[in-house]
Ligand binder design. Structure first.
Ligand code: PMP
Length: 457
């Protein structure tokens, strides 16, 4: 009872601090179902409406300033509105938004992707990360003449039908209603980090065209990958004639300039990219070995004897995304943005773990590179590299802060920080002082939740 009252008090304080967002939410809910435009943006009692974002900061319509860890759902490794990216987009705007043809800037963008991503010999651009995973699965199916795919529990690859299962338990229930049973029948879902289990699945079903995964770990690294497992994947997959697809939509250019594949030195056949690749303008890409990417070429030039995979899409390699992408990847290519963002996330992780220990809170901060996570509860063994208890550790990690998620974010917002529910991304423009302020905000927020009886550990 006391907890409910305290939660209501926090709700009321949040609502009182944000009258303009409340009014906009009410207005938007009349024309947009649930008043939100992305399921992850749902928030109680209402989400904030953002006025502008610059660097590592953003401001809402009620003029509050926040240290931002959403960074455009992980897109803005260089921070919001980087001046070099703005200049590049402005320059392109003056030359037209859509050429309806090939462009030199698009060519330069393709060259940069192939230069940075170790397994990329050829690339094709899409408009989103989800489109990239969809296209990668099609290429794998076309190349192998097979139909099924293997994906892993907790791994997310966009909202399209083929991968609309196995994202959260119960594993047999699709992520959304409206996905055809026949499509789901083509998708095999198994636990990750278990190469014997993968081999068994491939042995049992000779119709598997592709094995797809988030190579840093499931659902943007909430459940870490075992590097030993990752290293075994190319051989295990190829032994059964399947194509290995890394979904580096989140990790691409973030783990290192060349993504997870550079960080761990393990190469896939195909890579799906998104987010950072387009410097903040909607985009995605599929890249990989020429032999597979030649699937897009006609029969004679590919030499495969197979019909090509057509690839339409009004916005493919659109010049605005190309301009932002070239500006961003040119900066990324020095390696510095990934290094600085990682150093900031390292400082945040160690500062938070120190805080949790100082205040005797059973909680852990973890993650790799510039992706940081926190969770409430006893530290699972997986965080110390022991994958023997993988399935239940994974379940625990995916709960995050559980019921405390919403009050924690409300309290953090009232303290000037916007995390993605106890997690987030760092950019190369987050400063050391931002990290200190964030740790302080966590301390204040947790103290408040404890004082009010919302958090009882
Ligand atoms: N793959 C991963 C690993 C993702 O995290 C996401 C989006 N968060 C996607 C694919 C889909 O990308 P998009 O939202 O651009 O379609």
């Amino acid at each position: 009872m006391q907890t409910q009252t305290a939660a209501a008090k926090l709700d009321a304080e949040y609502a009182q601090a944000n009258p303009t967002s409340a009014a906009l939410f009410e207005r938007q809910a009349k024309v947009v179902p649930s008043g939100i435009t992305h399921s992850t943006r749902a928030f109680s009692p209402f989400p904030l409406f953002i006025d502008r974002c610059v660097g590592a900061r953003k401001w809402d319509v009620d003029r509050h300033e926040y240290i931002d860890y959403w960074l455009g759902h992980g897109t803005n490794l260089l921070g919001h509105a980087h001046p070099v990216v703005i200049a590049a987009v402005q320059e392109q705007l003056g030359r037209g938004f859509h050429a309806g043809g090939e462009t030199e800037i698009g060519c330069a963008w393709a060259e940069l992707v192939c230069q940075l991503v170790p397994s990329a010999e050829r690339v094709r651009f899409t408009t989103s990360g989800g489109e990239a995973t969809q296209l990668a699965l099609r290429v794998a199916r076309a190349a192998t003449g097979r139909s099924k795919i293997v994906k892993f529990q907790h791994h997310y690859h966009g909202w399209h039908d083929a991968v609309g299962i196995g994202i959260a338990p119960p594993w047999e229930v699709p992520y959304s209603p409206g996905i055809p049973r026949a499509t789901l029948g083509e998708t095999i879902v198994i636990p990750c980090n278990d190469v014997a289990r993968l081999r068994e699945a491939l042995e049992q079903d000779p119709d598997v065209a592709a094995v797809i995964l988030e190579p840093g770990g499931g659902y943007s690294d909430t459940v870490p990958i075992d590097p030993t497992f990752l290293a075994q994947l190319p051989a295990a997959t190829h032994e059964y004639g399947a194509v290995l697809i890394f979904d580096e939509v989140v990790t691409g250019f973030r783990y290192a300039a060349g993504g997870v594949q550079e960080y761990f030195g393990v190469l896939p056949d195909l890579t799906a990219l998104g987010k950072v690749v387009g410097g903040g303008i909607p985009s995605g890409a599929i890249a990989g070995r020429s032999e597979l990417m030649n699937a897009f070429q006609d029969v004679e030039s590919s030499g495969s004897g197979r019909r090509p995979v057509p690839h339409h899409g009004t916005w493919n390699a659109n010049p605005l995304a190309a301009a932002a992408g070239v500006a961003t990847l040119t900066l990324v290519s020095t390696g510095e943005p990934a290094q600085v963002a990682t150093a900031r996330a390292d400082a945040l992780r160690s500062g938070l773990n120190e805080l949790f220990s100082d205040i005797s809170l059973p909680a852990a901060a973890y993650g790799r590179a510039s992706i940081w996570k926190t969770m409430l509860g006893e530290r699972p063994r997986i965080l110390d590299g022991d994958f023997s208890n993988y399935v239940s550790d994974a379940e625990q990690l995916s709960k995050g802060w559980g019921e405390i998620d919403t009050p924690l974010r409300q309290a953090m917002l009232l303290n000037g920080v916007d995390p993605m529910r106890g997690a987030g991304f760092t950019s190369c423009v987050h400063e050391a002082s931002d990290i200190d302020l964030t740790i302080e905000a966590f301390g204040l927020s947790i103290a408040r939740l404890r004082d009010e009886g919302i958090l009882v550990v």
